[in-house]
Design a protein around this ligand. Structure first.
Ligand SMILES: Nc1ncnc2c1ncn2[C@@H]1O[C@H](COP(=O)(O)OP(=O)(O)OP(=O)(O)O)[C@@H](O)[C@H]1O
Ligand SMILES: [Mg+2]
Length: 267
């Protein structure tokens, strides 16, 4: 017994550094912080009714085509209002390469720099990017930031002719957003004056096509076919100045003619 006392003293006098270092194993999954919620607006639970017949979600891609002054921007702004009401946490990114004052009444962060702006930190915020020139690399960098952020968003490209290259296609990350954005609830709305300027990727991936009045041309017939007009009507003008045909293309539903956006949205 008396032998044990010095041993105990010796042990107690040793610094704690002599204690074995605990080894940290992999923290089990249940103790890890929660994964961020990817798309809180999954389509199956978050469909939105626009007007009487049209159903949409943040997973949709809209191609809106029509000649200058046909009402595209006006209609797309109403669409944006509806989507923002339905999905208030979605960030809104507007690319306004035309800078004709169409978004002066929209409340948001305005950026006039040529460098792609950063993603929005606040859910529900609005960014209006009005770059001085069309720089496809910067557009690509912008789309990339939005995709990598992986948060619900609405992207509106007011003139898709600005973002396409000479092969008629859009930058890599725009194409990726078209393909992958659904998982995060990234909705794309692209407008253009001529059917030829609809990015090729978008034509393949669009869920909604809206055809306003168009100048006659080869591509007009192509669009008329897509929106389900009977063959004998291909290329024919529409009867009202702000009228358009809308078709949900991914569900192979028939197209419908609306005399203006008021009739479409039921307002
Ligand atoms: N349904 C409507 N009823 C009355 N006026 C409308 C309607 N839609 C658009 N307008 C008016 O027509 C004008 C042109 O509309 P808008 O700017 O939407 O056209 P756009 O297709 O975007 O043209 P651009 O290709 O030149 O940008 C605007 O002054 C707008 O207020
Ligand atoms: Mg416009």
């Amino acid at each position: 017994m008396s032998n044990l006392v010095p041993v105990a003293r010796q042990l107690l006098s040793k610094s704690l550094a002599y204690l074995p270092t605990p080894t940290l194993g992999r923290v089990p999954q249940r103790y890890q912080p929660h994964q961020p919620i990817i798309n809180p607006y999954q389509e199956e639970k978050n469909l939105t009714h626009l007007g009487q017949r049209i159903i949409t979600s943040l997973e949709d891609r809209w191609a809106i085509v029509g000649m200058t002054g046909s009402g595209k921007t006006t209609m797309a702004k109403k669409l944006l209002d509806h989507l923002r009401d339905a999905y208030p946490a979605a960030r809104v990114y507007i690319l306004d390469s035309k800078q004709a004052g169409d978004f002066d009444d929209v409340d948001g962060y305005r950026i006039n720099d040529e460098i792609a702006p950063d993603i929005l930190r606040t859910p529900g915020a609005v960014q209006i990017w009005q770059p001085p020139d069309d720089d496809l690399d910067q557009y690509d960098a912008w789309f990339k930031k939005i995709l990598l952020h992986r948060q619900p968003a609405i992207i509106k490209v007011d003139e898709s002719a600005s973002i396409i290259n000479k092969n008629g296609d859009a930058p890599e990350y725009y194409r990726k957003l078209n393909k992958l954005g659904r998982a995060f609830g990234v909705c794309l709305i692209s407008l253009t004056q001529e059917a030829a300027y609809i990015p090729r990727t978008l034509l393949g991936q669009a869920t909604h096509i809206v055809r306003f009045r168009l100048l006659d041309g080869y591509d007009v017939k192509k669009i008329d076919k897509l929106v389900g007009r009977p063959k004998e009507h291909h290329g024919l003008d529409l009867p009202d100045p702000y009228g358009f045909i809308h078709r949900r293309v991914d569900k192979a539903l028939p197209g419908h003619y609306y005399k203006n956006h008021q009739e479409f949205f039921g307002g």
